[in-house]
Design a protein around this ligand. Structure first.
Ligand SMILES: Cc1cc2nc3c(=O)[nH]c(=O)nc-3n(C[C@H](O)[C@H](O)[C@H](O)COP(=O)(O)O)c2cc1C
Length: 379
């Protein structure tokens, strides 16, 4: 479990908000506001927990933008000022947040959210993660088939993995990536985000990754870069030869340039990043640089990505489909002894493909912008 240390939180909280994350991060992805109108026909509810009303204010903004109902999670035993004393390691919140099994009781149960398609789920960051009462809610409520969109407020911390850690507690929901808001974020800031993520309005989507016999799913970001990647994937699966770099990532050429939305990011395992506009990277460890976030592999808390991605080079198929396309077998020898390389226009080029593993045949691949990409493969 990721848990910020007391000292680092205090440092972030009191001294250096801009270096610890996110006030400007929240503004950078904004899209312009739009006319006052409901953004969706999907029935929406904003569920939130808020101790000092900051998250409540964001919840109310979302409700106004989407014309959604709201429901506030309240603790059966309300938190007192002493309970939320983060300076004391024995305060109620410190003890609960340190105990993975803690499930503070809710004042009112909400066993189902029948009739709602979309659930925005809001919480304050407490010691780097969501308050344990959010888990109480998730475990008590059937969110199967619903789209859940997390959001949070904090003094300075970024959202970290506080949102993706929640997925395991409602595994049958369709989770979207969450968003952290600075305290006091405006209605227009919230509107920009909602318009970019809300189903029917947003570019958010799921992508599958097929690698070394594994199928991984990823929640893709709501930005122009991820949308451009989806446009590419709608034309067909992308098969990418990736090489290992730095002991923390696999990187390979996309074969096309996507618009960049760079921000300073400290990566976490599972992050899918656009690098220099035309390379895609899958992170299995930490790095920090100006990158564009494309998405995140789901459920990475429960798996070790490194053995799945393997050592050295690896072929990864990105697809919007549950199974990647199996094209007609063109009768190439297996294992491949000779690779014929075709440009998109069918013109025979020269080339080799040393990193292809046994059991894969090249149908064609192209040379675009001086880069080599496999376009189609057959297992
Ligand atoms: C027990 C506790 C722990 C907190 N831990 C963090 C933290 O790790 N990082 C951070 O930036 N803010 C932290 N905060 C500040 C809250 O996240 C922030 O004030 C939030 O906006 C409160 O939301 P609320 O008013 O909806 O309760 C913490 C606050 C409390 C009470």
């Amino acid at each position: 479990m990721k848990h910020v240390s007391f000292l680092s939180f205090i440092f972030c909280f009191l001294l250096a908000p801009s270096s610890c994350a996110a006030d400007n991060e929240t503004e950078s992805e904004m899209e312009p506001g739009r006319a006052e109108e409901n953004v969706s026909s999907k029935k929406t509810i904003v569920v939130y927990f808020s101790q000092t009303e900051h998250t409540k204010a964001i919840a109310e903004h979302i409700s106004e933008v989407v014309d959604a109902d709201t429901w506030r999670i309240e603790a059966l035993v309300p938190y007192t000022q002493a309970d939320i004393d983060y300076g004391s390691s024995s305060s109620r919140t410190s003890v609960e947040q340190n105990d993975e099994s803690a499930r503070p009781k809710m004042k009112d149960a909400r066993s189902n959210l029948d009739g709602y398609d979309v659930v925005y789920l809001g919480y304050p960051i407490w010691w780097g993660i969501a308050p344990r009462i959010i888990l109480t809610f998730l475990e008590s409520c059937d969110l199967s088939g619903k789209i859940v969109i997390p959001f949070c407020t904090s003094a300075s911390s970024g959202i970290g993995t506080s949102d993706t850690q929640l997925h395991a507690f409602a595994p049958n929901a369709t989770w979207m990536l969450g968003r952290r808001f600075a305290v006091g974020s405006s209605l227009e800031t919230v509107r920009g985000w909602v318009n970019s993520v809300h189903p029917e309005k947003s570019g958010a989507y799921s992508m599958n990754l097929f690698v070394n016999g594994h199928k991984l799913t990823a929640s893709m970001s709501s930005n122009s870069s991820a949308s451009a990647l989806r446009d590419l994937l709608e034309k067909g699966d992308l098969t990418i030869l990736m090489s290992d770099y730095g002991g923390f990532e696999k990187v390979g050429p996309l074969g096309a340039s996507l618009p960049a939305n760079d921000e300073y990011i400290t990566t976490e395992p599972g992050d899918i990043i656009l690098y220099q506009g035309d390379k895609i990277t899958l992170y299995y460890d930490v790095n920090a640089w100006n990158f564009t976030r494309l998405g995140k592999i789901d459920g990475v808390e429960g798996i070790d990505l490194k053995p799945i991605l393997g050592d050295g080079g690896v072929t990864v198929v990105l697809s919007l489909n549950d199974n990647y396309t199996m094209l007609e077998d063109v009768g190439m020898p297996n294992p491949i002894e000779r690779v014929e390389v075709f440009a998109v226009d069918g013109k025979l080029l020269g080339g080799s493909l040393e990193r292809l593993r046994d059991g894969m045949n090249v149908v064609k691949y192209s040379m675009e912008n001086g880069q080599t990409i496999i376009k189609k493969i057959i297992r």
